[in-house]
Every structure is written in C-alpha cells, then in structure tokens.
Design a protein around this ligand. Sequence first.
Ligand code: AMP
Ligand code: MG
Length: 326
Amino acid sequence: MSSRLLRADDPAAIEAGARTLRDGGLVAFPTETVYGLGANAFDARAVARVFEVKARPSFDPLIVHLSEGSDLGRVVAGDDARVERLGARFWPGPLTLVLPRRPDLPDIVTAGLDTVGVRVPAHPAARALIRAAGTPVAAPSANPFGYVSPTTAEHVVELLGQAVDLILDGGPCGVGLESTIVSLAAPEPTLLRPGGVSREELEDALGASLVRAAAPAERPLAPGQLERHYATRTPLRILPGPAAPLPAGAGRVGLLAWSAAPRGRGYAAVEILAPDGRPTTAAAGLFAALRRLDAAGLDTIVAEPCPERGLGLAIMDRLRRSSARG
Ligand code: AMP
Ligand code: MG
C-alpha cells in the first residue's frame, strides 16, 4: 500500500486522517516530540498493524494519546491527585504518565500490562486529529523499531512510507525528543524515560523526588529503556570531553559537536547541535543530525557529551542508547 502525504494544517487532511483511523488504518502524524504512527487504541487489529509495520516486539507497550486530559477516564482506571497536578502543569505537552488501565483497553496496546502510558500531545494537528477521530490513539514513534526517531514527515516517508495509509506533514517537531515517561502505578513516582519535560520541573511540580527506574536489563517491561535503542547504523561513541582535532589516518569519522567545531578538524563530517548553546536547540535537532551523519558513509560517529541537567539528561540518554552495542 502506498501512502498519501497531506499538509497537517489543512482541515480536510485532518478529516481524512480521522476517517482513516476510524476505518482501522494507520496515520503518521506530527507531535511536538517526534512523529507518531497512530491507530485507534480500541481497534486491536489496527494496533497489531502498528507492531507489524515497525517490526516492534509485542512486549513493548504503546503510548495512548488523548486530545484532552479530561478524556483520561476512557483508558485509565481510578483517580490520583498527582495526575491532576502533573496534567494541569504539563498537558498538553511531552509528559507520559503510566497509570492503572481500564480492562476494556485491548491487551495489545499495553503488552498485557495492567498499566497504560498516556499523554496529551501539544501539537495542534495531533490534537485535532485525535479529537476528530473521536477515539484515543495508540501511537509509538513512526520509525522501524530501535532506529532513530523521525522528526520530519520526510523521515517517515523514507522509512515507513509504503506501509502507512496517510502521513500528515506538520514540518519539523519543536521538541525533537520523545516524551518523559513517569510511572505513577507504584506509590513512589518513577522516572522510566527522561524526555521533553525535565526531571527538575517534574520534581518541582510533585514536591517529591523521582525514583530513577532500575537498570534496563532488569526491567524488560519498559522497552523504551532497552539498552540499544534510538540507534544509528554507523557505530557511535561518546567522547569523554569536548572533541579535539582528529589525527590524520583515523578513517572517516563524523563529529556530533555541541556548540562549535574544534579547530583544525580532520573530521569527514561535523554537525553542530546548538550553535546558540541552548539545550532546546540541541534537542530539536538531535535526531536529524544523527540521520545526516548516519547517511554520510562514515566509519564512526563520535559525540561530545553535554551536562546531564534539564534536557541534557534526555539527550545523553539517547546518545548512550544509540552507542550501546548489539
Ligand atoms: P515509543 O512510543 O516508541 O516512544 O515507546 C513508548 C514507550 O513507552 C515504550 O517503549 C515503553 O517504554 C513506554 N511505556 C508505554 N506504556 C507503558 C507501560 N504501561 N508501562 C511502562 N512503560 C510503558
Ligand atoms: Mg520509539
């Protein structure tokens, strides 16, 4: 099946996307984090196609997207005062909460867990699409499992174009990193994945510290935490500090630099993440820069580290997972 690419700011395109979702089809759509590959969360067959198209293992649960926080009761069971507080501050936005699920949500969405990950995306096209579809939308990132997430519609066309029924093009994603995932399923709020909302902001809103989830290998239930994920095909290594000029004869090495390229260079390709020094700029451009380096015919990519504060925690998390072997 070949897909149609339509502009996300066209109301007719949103209507076509909503119809496709209601009819059991798959729609790739922009969010402020990355592009999502959406299916009606209550249509188990449509959700099964999401897993098939992505070659995603069935033990990896999907995030359910709502157009309003007030729709939470359609997928979540029970009340939690912390949800009110976090939702009021961060929704719509890049925060996913893991909460006890309703039993009528198909098992395939949650990989059989008794919890569900939910969020209200901030992108107007995403919200309009979900609202028009009239159903919660289960959506992982619109890329083959394990690879770098898509932050433009072109990335989606390149990687999944033939397999998706409709792609809504809303331009580049503003945040550029996946949502932060916090589990409220246990008494202690737990950070499952750092992302677009910083740990510091969350702790401030909760008035409590977040427990960091155990090492990925010990928690196979949350595969966004898989050790190797968000990966380039070219081997990637994180440098211990700012890059030095490259000695001659090191092969074709590409550099992912923070705010400036080292003098003298010697690198076959250089991507500067944040010429303005701002972590938001670095986050927004990270995945596109990784793709360009991955397409540059390099032997190795080396990346400068950044301080693990604010968005820097999520950026370093993605770089580490991209650099993990096998
Ligand atoms: P992606 O949509 O590719 O960003 O992946 C979504 C990620 O959300 C999964 O890989 C899990 O790590 C996480 N997730 C979704 N639902 C749950 C849940 N019920 N419990 C724990 N983690 C979840
Ligand atoms: Mg993903």
